[in-house]
Design a protein around this ligand. Structure first.
Ligand code: ZN
Length: 364
């Protein structure tokens, strides 16, 4: 905590001297001034009397970062450190009193999805926009769904992004244009920003080269995963087995190199494969059945359309429409008033070896 109540006002730890009467501005309990050679001054509750507005334990990174962020955002106006918001029982690391207020949350310690959702919803209740800025613990992680589902947000120009505050460099790293390849890899572009105007201006255009595996490469990869009996693919293989198929023998036309919103778990292609086998088992399919099957297929490949700060449902529906168009063009589906009539099925290879043989024959 950088700010404490003293006399009838507030005092910053950097201006406080030891031994005086300081209190927590939220709970009014006594707090003590601490500092060391490595850590800047801060106020701490007595361990026996923790605060009801619990924040994260103070580390050098968190203390320095809060002050750096206050400076970074000060182009928009004065930043209040550790603003207490009684209406929602939260303490924001930083606060800008703008027509639409802005809260800064510098997150260095682990936090559950529920806690992020709860804090974010609190800010939304008071019409405040929260920036979640992530510390080094998060910056070290490989891009993954757990990070994306808790912290990813839309920012103009940057598309879906994650914000990392680098205390040692005093700068912001923006992992932007978060997307997913059809084989399930999470990808993004990276920019470093040292001023707020650079953040507002958005990224300078750059062209990322996305390396999509070819069809043969992807099937071979699936084949290896199956042979190693890696658990990730097992539920999918089991579901396909019940329809008489092997995942590696999927129809050629389901292959794609589309980049999507990062909602497809193990990847768009696997979702297409599962959903197609289930569609092929129907005689007539209503809109409702399709919606249920699509959702079940998504869960099976570990995909999710909702996150704390973005909604992937329209991106999901778009991919659903594309698959239906593909299956209709392939003559598998015929639209009816209630949905579709299922007229046939696609060509499946028995397994990877069978597919390879067919591929070589057709290649001659
Ligand atoms: Zn307190």
């Amino acid at each position: 905590m950088l700010i404490a109540a003293h006399m009838s006002g507030l005092i910053d730890a950097s201006e406080a001297t030891r031994g005086l009467d300081y209190r927590c501005p939220a709970c009014q309990q006594p707090v003590v001034l601490r500092h060391g050679s490595q850590i800047p001054p801060y106020f701490a509750h007595h361990p026996q009397a923790p605060c009801h507005l619990a924040g994260e334990g103070e580390t050098r990174q968190h203390l320095l970062g809060k002050r750096q962020l206050a400076t970074f955002f000060s182009d928009w106006g004065p930043v209040t450190l550790e603003r207490i918001l009684p209406a929602i029982q939260q303490r924001a690391d930083g606060w800008l009193d703008l027509p639409q207020p802005v809260a800064l949350e510098f997150q260095c310690s682990p936090i559950s999805r529920e806690a992020v959702a709860q804090r974010t919803a609190g800010y939304q209740r008071i019409a405040c926009y929260p920036f979640w800025l992530l510390g080094s613990r998060y910056a070290q992680q490989k891009l993954n769904w757990r990070l994306i589902e808790r912290f990813a947000c839309w920012l103009t120009g940057w598309d879906l992004c994650l914000l990392f505050w680098e205390v040692d460099q005093n700068r912001l790293r923006v992992a932007h244009h978060l997307r997913q390849t059809a084989t399930g890899a999470y990808i993004n572009e990276t920019a470093w920003v040292t001023t707020l105007s650079e953040l507002v201006a958005g990224p300078t255009p750059c062209t990322t080269v996305v390396r999509n595996p070819g069809q043969k490469q992807y099937r071979s990869y699936l084949n290896q995963v199956l042979r190693r009996a890696t658990p990730t693919l097992r539920p999918i293989q089991e579901a396909l087995y019940l329809t008489g198929h092997q995942v590696t023998g999927f129809p050629d036309c389901l292959m794609t190199t589309t980049l999507t919103a990062p909602i497809f778990g193990q990847g768009l292609i696997l979702w297409r494969i599962v959903l197609t086998t289930w569609i092929e088992e129907q005689a007539d399919m209503t809109f409702l059945t399709l919606a249920e099957l699509s959702q079940r297929a998504l869960l099976l490949v570990n995909g999710r359309t909702t996150a704390v700060r973005f909604d992937g449902r329209s991106a999901f529906r778009q991919e659903q429409r594309k698959l239906l168009t593909l299956l209709t063009q392939a003559g598998i589906l015929r639209p009816t008033t209630q949905g579709w009539h299922v007229c046939g099925h696609l060509e499946w290879a028995r397994d990877y070896t069978d597919w390879l043989e067919n591929d070589e024959k057709s290649g001659c």
